[in-house]
Design a protein around this ligand. Structure first.
Ligand code: TYD
Length: 215
């Protein structure tokens, strides 16, 4: 049987990576084979692309069109080499960001037509969609506050994305909400302004509901 495919999405500072890791642990503890991956990255090629996107390693400014296609290229490699094979083996796949990040950040955020972004996503993924998308929703100001605190705690410099202004991040956040509203069968909206344990309780309840619905 094909495994389940869960993507975790949302604006920066919503605690996606923390929740994704907790989810992987909980599913593994319940006896499932689970694969965790993230975007951009998740393959050697994708990790090289991640470096270009995050830190301008090429030394030149990246055009928005190039940026969009680099995200799509990283995703195509991840789908072909990692996600599809894992699903075919019957594993659960937890993906930290997927297609909706590109629609939210490059479509709504940068202003590319959303239908164009969606067709590029569809081409890159061969139309593979997550069974469930958990949208960790957080206000732009709280998200930025958490991101700055985390960077300070681990002594990390801001990357290219974390230097974006509030207007851009607000478009991204509103874009996510529009996507969730348009596909309620796939999206679950989670209030991520709460503490880590409360958010995880909701995450786990939604996953249990998914399991029951496919059992
Ligand atoms: P992320 O891995 O969430 O950052 P962090 O290093 O904080 O864990 O994502 C890196 C940035 O890339 C994030 O600001 C969102 C952005 N992004 C896009 O703009 N488009 C995309 O398609 C994806 C996958 C990410």
């Amino acid at each position: 049987m094909r495994g389940r495919f869960i993507s975790i999405e949302g604006p920066d500072g919503g605690g996606k990576s923390t929740q994704a890791k907790r989810l992987v642990r909980a599913l593994t503890d319940s006896g499932k084979q689970v694969l965790y991956t993230r975007e951009p990255g998740g393959t050697p090629t994708g990790d090289l692309i991640r470096g270009i996107l995050q830190h301008d390693t090429s030394g030149e400014a990246i055009h928005p069109e190039t940026e969009l296609l680099l995200f799509a290229a990283s995703r195509a490699q991840l789908v072909q080499c990692v996600i599809k094979p894992a699903l075919a083996r019957g594993e659960w796949v937890i993906c930290d960001r997927f297609i909706d990040s590109t629609t939210a950040y490059q479509g709504y955020g940068r202003g590319f037509p959303v239908d164009v972004v969606k067709s590029i996503n569809e081409f890159a993924t061969q139309a593979l969609l997550p069974d469930l998308t958990l949208l960790l929703n957080v206000d732009v100001s709280l998200g930025a506050q958490r991101t700055h605190r985390r960077n300070a705690d681990i002594g990390q410099v801001e990357d290219r994305f974390e230097r974006e202004d509030d207007a851009y991040l607000t478009r991204v956040r509103d874009g996510y909400l529009a996507l969730a509203e348009a596909s309620p069968e796939r999206f679950r909206l989670i209030d991520a302004s709460r503490d880590e344990d409360s958010v995880f309780e909701t995450v786990w309840a939604l996953i249990s509901e998914l399991e029951r619905s496919v059992a």
